[in-house]
Design a protein around this ligand. Structure first.
Ligand code: SF4
Length: 451
């Protein structure tokens, strides 16, 4: 295509194209960014060539994600040459990590905006359009990231919504860039969160995922952790049927939180509580702040309060110094703790983390093999665990038609098991129905309608 041919098809005077990478918090932030631009009269463009502003909301957790953004930025060079008034911005964790160096590597980038400034993005775009070059916003912002009353116009319609309850992390895991890119814990006041959830529920949302890097630390900066109190307050929100928590750190799990989860009528008893490794030696090098036994005691405490609780874990395989015996300990821990789901990541060194100084000494092929092996163990554990649900009645939140089972809908039990149920008239996403769990096909439970 010639550069003349790159004159944007149907380009609007004020339009933005936003591409989001990474975690659920980033996708939530994407909704805030959308709202900020829509309020200023920008239309959203599906493709970069249709937009007057192109933004990448980025992730810095893995090198691969950053390189993908650099490659997309490379593709934008020709658009920028054809349309010098095109504003190109990099937002989020990668912007925070790379900072000013991004301008050196990608000279056609106009705007680099870290994780605490994106609410001000439309103003920053105006600065660029006003002739300022290389607008850079990093570090702490003068105001909290989350506004007291969130503008909901940036979210896609649907029964399920995300709500950030806190930002940042006060821990210091040696592999993790998050404390550097997202800063220290900044909790939102409970009343703001409850109000946001109430407005979402009034608009038809029945399931809300509360987001925080270490969500069980929620409130630590307000005096004391108070996630339990927040769950109690949300129990009073009419129409809100499910509350998910993403993601916890074992250090903050205590008896009072377990009790609050157990008495919440909405709490999804499927908890992301990453163990990361089953080897105490590796956990120590990861600076996770617990041993496998300490983790097990927290898991036992939670299960004592909620016998049907299911746990989900992240794992890093191939962390520096991970021996065959260390990896075998991870396999054993996965089996012993009975996780229902695992997300396995091959260790990737990140500049700016403490682990970057350690030799990345596990060969890529070994990392890949351990990744596959741990997933295979997880599948076996899930297949063994799930049939325990058979014969029970369950309240299942319907998510939508099942692509892998024509004629069926799929949903989740109150403890996170996937259920298929034959479609019937009146099925709607976000509804909760009583189902009898009659069969298990090796991947999902199969339910029968009750009444
Ligand atoms: S708890 Fe550890 S892994 Fe999680 S965000 Fe904080 S530093 Fe990163």
């Amino acid at each position: 295509m010639t550069e003349a041919g790159l004159q944007a098809p149907a380009r609007r005077a004020r339009s933005f194209h936003l591409r989001v990478f990474g975690c659920q918090m980033n996708f939530y932030d994407g909704e805030l960014i959308r709202a900020a631009f829509r309020r200023r009269g920008y239309a959203e463009a599906e493709r970069p060539e249709q937009a007057s502003v192109v933004l990448f909301h980025t992730c810095a957790v893995r090198e691969h994600a950053e390189e993908r953004v650099h490659s997309l930025l490379g593709e934008l060079k020709r658009h920028k040459r054809a349309r010098p008034d095109l504003v190109v911005g990099v937002v989020g964790c990668m912007a925070e990590r790379e900072g000013r160096a991004l301008f050196e590597r990608e000279p056609h980038v106009d705007l680099v905006c870290g994780t605490r400034h994106f609410q001000a993005l439309p103003d920053q775009v105006e600065r660029v359009l006003g002739g300022e070059e290389r607008v850079l916003l990093l570090g702490e912002a003068p105001a909290p990231v989350d506004q007291p009353v969130r503008d909901l116009c940036g979210r896609a319609p649907g029964y399920s919504a995300h709500v950030a309850v806190m930002r940042g992390c006060d821990l210091n895991c040696s592999f993790c860039i998050v404390p550097r890119t997202r800063g220290r814990v900044q909790s939102r006041p409970p009343a703001e969160i409850v109000d946001e959830c109430r407005r979402l529920a009034d608009g038809g949302v029945t399931e809300i995922s509360l987001l925080g890097q270490t969500i069980d630390a929620y409130g630590a900066d307000l005096g004391r952790p108070q996630l339990g109190r927040l769950l109690d307050l949300l129990a009073e929100v009419p129409g809100l049927l499910r509350v998910k928590l993403i993601t916890l750190h074992p250090a903050y799990v205590d008896r009072s939180l377990a009790a609050a989860m157990a008495r919440s009528p909405q709490f999804l008893r499927f908890l992301p509580l990453p163990l990361q490794s089953g080897s105490d030696a590796v956990l120590k090098r990861m600076r996770r702040g617990y041993t496998v036994d300490a983790y097990r005691r927290r898991a036992d405490l939670l299960r004592e309060h909620m016998p049907d609780l299911e746990l989900c874990s992240d794992w890093i395989v191939g962390f520096p110094g991970e021996s065959a015996a260390d990896f075998a300990a991870s396999e054993a821990a996965l089996r012993a703790l009975g996780f229902l789901q695992s997300f396995v990541f091959q260790y990737s060194p990140r500049p700016g983390t403490a682990a970057y100084a350690l030799a990345d000494d596990v060969p890529p092929a070994v990392k890949a093999a351990r990744n596959q092996r741990l997933l295979a163990v997880q599948h076996a554990v899930a297949r063994e665990r799930t049939p325990r649900m058979l014969g029970r009645d369950a309240r299942v939140l319907l998510e939508g038609p099942a692509e892998d089972a024509p004629g069926h809908w799929h949903g989740r039990t109150g403890n996170g098991h996937r259920v298929l149920v034959p479609e019937r008239r009146g099925c709607a996403p976000g509804q909760v129905h009583a189902l009898a769990l009659a069969a298990y096909d090796g991947k999902a439970l199969v339910g029968q309608w009750r009444g």
